[in-house]
Design a protein around this ligand. Sequence first.
Ligand code: ATP
Length: 215
Amino acid sequence: MAKTLKAWYGGTFDPIHYGHIKPVEAIAQQIGLTKVVIMPNNVPPHRPQPEASSSQRKAMIEVAIQGNPLFELDDRELQRAKPSFTVDTVEALRKEQGGAQPLGFIIGQDSLLSFQSWHRYADILTCCHLLVTRRPGYSLTMPDTQQQRWLEQHLAADIAELHTLPAGKIFLADTPLLPVSATAIRQRLHQGQPCDDLLPAPVMDYIIRHGLYRR
Ligand code: ATP
């Protein structure tokens, strides 16, 4: 039986918001994904640390996706003592899922633009497809001609390729533009401004109940 594409979505999710959820729902519908696994990162010590703890970020994802059958949570990176590179994660997923299983890793357009600076980026693409959501304010073309050529060489010819090939393709999805970031949400909350239209109500309730992002 043909294997269907499975997809993962990494990020800090400090906090999870509609800019994460809605473009991913759209890409899932466009490609025909029935499951997307959200995988929150453990942030390396030399990077700015999330304001919410790992367990709070995890809890906010749980309340955000409750009752939404598209999403699942995988907290393996939060369980690890050390942060892992995306390449380590996708190599582990490849081992678990077997060589023939089509795998997708969802990223926003901003992440695609800097993708070639990621640790062993070429190896990431040998393990999975990159499924890219649009993000307002970020160019649809790569920063230079070498990177643009690289993108064009890897672009998926059609959606069927994502389901038949195990890895190696980049798919630029036509997803809704949501001008929201976790940074902007944290800033608004620090200033006591409302964010109700930027994230799901159960996440906002959690933030209020736990006194997060107050300052
Ligand atoms: P921060 O502002 O703290 O950097 P963020 O809102 O960018 O956070 P992350 O958790 O760092 O969110 O991002 C996880 C993934 O979600 C990344 O691939 C990023 O490109 C994508 N993403 C975040 N916000 C949006 C958005 N508004 N539209 C499309 N993709 C988004």
